[in-house]
Design a protein around this ligand. Sequence first.
Ligand code: SF4
Length: 372
Amino acid sequence: MVKDKYRISFENTVYDRNLEIDKSISLIDKLEKERSLSLEEYKYLVENLNKEVFDYISKKARIIGDENYGKDVYLRGLIEISNICKNDCYYCGIRHSNRNCERYRLSEEEILECADEGYALGYRTFVMQGGEDGKFEPEYICGIVRKIKAKYKDVAVTLSLGEYDKESYQKMYDAGADRYLLRHETADKEHYEKLHPKTMSFENRMNCLKDLKDIGFQVGCGFMVGSPYQSSATLAKDLKFIEEFAPEMCGIGPFIPHHDTVFKDEKSGSIQMTLFLIAILRIMRPNMLIPATTSLSTLDNLGREKGILAGANVVMPNLSPVKNRKKYELYDGKVCTGDEAAHCIGCITNRINNIGYGVAKVRGDYKCLNMM
Ligand code: SF4
């Protein structure tokens, strides 16, 4: 039973929605059965979200999540290794042209210290995330991955360091990196080009994702919900892309504007739509690893809990040195930037326990359905 405080609110509407509700529910049932919908069907679902449909889908998503991962929520220790980036994505607070961003790059020693602290706290996955910092040659990243993996045999290392060529990704994989996160941002080329400068390429982003998958990484893609110029048609393309690409992980969170970006005056994305899309993803790919993102809890104090109740099964508390956290501000108001790592894990564990789930201190790999 979901406690009232975790319920999602919807505006009241006065017209008769029975037909739309019936159609949406039959599409959700079809998605559960076939794990696939057409572009038009995904678009219909996105355009006809309401309370009844949300209640139906989130209940179903939770049941499917529980069947696959039980009541376990996997922890990932996030180490933000650099906020230096050569790119200029229009939505990002650490974009290259933001002169107000105070830049930092963790030393190898600092990164390894974060991993040591995280291991002692029970983390068994470390996510090394950073901007596209030109100093991060593949060999340098490989050296750190090797050291972490040599010291801790039972951990997984996830990299989230942007675009490289296939040969570089291969080196990272050979060094022991297990997973790679690279948000596709949007599966619509025109939309991609409205969110990024001409120096960045939609095709290259998609090729990178394909290369990562071909190499054998557990791959994560994802996108922001409510980004400027997003529409029900582009969201439908995102869902269809995820269905066909079949990633092991997918991270989505609401768009939140940053005051030093091109999109500073844009509205934040919707919590309800984000949760609805999480539930669709859980039903589409029952075994996918889906994080309840920090951006969800930035817009809603109970956002992480609501994400888990909608089908997410991963949280990524911050292990970065506290002195650097505020500098890794991708969007305004990012939460959990002032707390020590030990505090973060305690807080998150309590929050997860309060909704009847538990933190699993294991690697938390993707479960291949054929092996279950
Ligand atoms: S979103 Fe990533 S690639 Fe784009 S500017 Fe920010 S850190 Fe750099």
